[in-house]
Design a protein around this ligand. Structure first.
Ligand code: ADP
Ligand code: 5GP
Length: 206
């Protein structure tokens, strides 16, 4: 196919792409991402650093790098984070090492970050395309059911997460795509469709 394209034209998928998935806590970001990763070897997950305590089913280095406050301070001081934020009293940040080298190697990177982080990754000027995907639940009631069912939050923390969720929904217009996570399989297929289309985008190259 390559020698059919005019000079200076390429497919976006020949290089790495950053796919950022945001959306309210409990909507299913982690569930969708883990299904995507198991099916597409070109996708890699950007493991964030966090000072939040580990949930029982979470694995250090797979879900997050669980670090102390002092270690997080060091990451900031060393300039090792692409962006970071405070969410519910805990710090979360994207290590540059999880993103930049992989994009340079032509791999795609999937990030699970909150809304401010998503916008920060877009404005970081990585030199690679950044696609912002917002995941929403089919209804507010269903979101509440899912966070409750996950059972990882106290009642107080849950109420705070829902308050943040309401606010996050206001930022939908700043995203490129909206995906409803009603049926998990369907939602995964929708995100896969976005990934495939973005890889087929025609871009100018030097
Ligand atoms: P997030 O990463 O966005 O906080 P999770 O992936 O942890 O959300 O999902 C929250 C809860 O909702 C989990 O218990 C998960 O199994 C469940 N869940 C995810 N997607 C769906 C879906 N489409 N239908 C029903 N439950 C879902
Ligand atoms: P949780 O505690 O449920 O794992 O995550 C809480 C929120 O932090 C979610 O919205 C998640 O997307 C976000 N988050 C996780 N890692 C990062 C990160 O590295 N940067 C930013 N900005 N947000 C993150």
């Amino acid at each position: 196919m390559k020698n059919l394209l005019p000079q200076g034209v390429a497919l976006q998928g020949e290089r790495g792409i950053a796919f950022v998935i945001a959306g309210p806590s409990g909507v299913g970001k982690s569930s969708v991402i883990s299904a995507l990763l198991s099916r597409d070897p070109k996708l890699t997950f950007s493991v964030s650093a966090t000072t939040r305590p580990r949930r029982p089913e979470e694995v250090h280095g797979r879900d997050y790098y669980f670090v102390s406050e002092a270690e997080f301070d060091r990451l900031i001081a060393e300039g090792a984070l692409l962006e970071w934020t405070v969410y519910q009293g805990h710090r979360y940040g994207t290590p540059k090492s999880e993103v930049i080298d992989r994009l340079k190697r032509g791999l795609d990177v999937v990030l699970n970050v909150e809304v401010r982080g998503a916008k920060a990754i877009r404005t970081a000027n990585l030199g690679f395309p950044v696609v912002l995907i917002f995941l929403v639940p089919p209804s507010w009631e269903e979101l509440v059911r899912r966070v409750r069912r996950r059972g990882t939050e106290s009642e107080e923390a849950l109420a705070e997460r829902l308050r943040i969720a309401r606010e996050e929904l206001q930022h939908i217009p700043e995203f490129d795509y909206l995906v409803v996570n009603d049926d998990l399989e369907e939602a995964v297929a929708r995100v896969e469709a976005i990934i495939r289309a973005e890889r087929m985008r025609i871009v100018q190259c030097a």
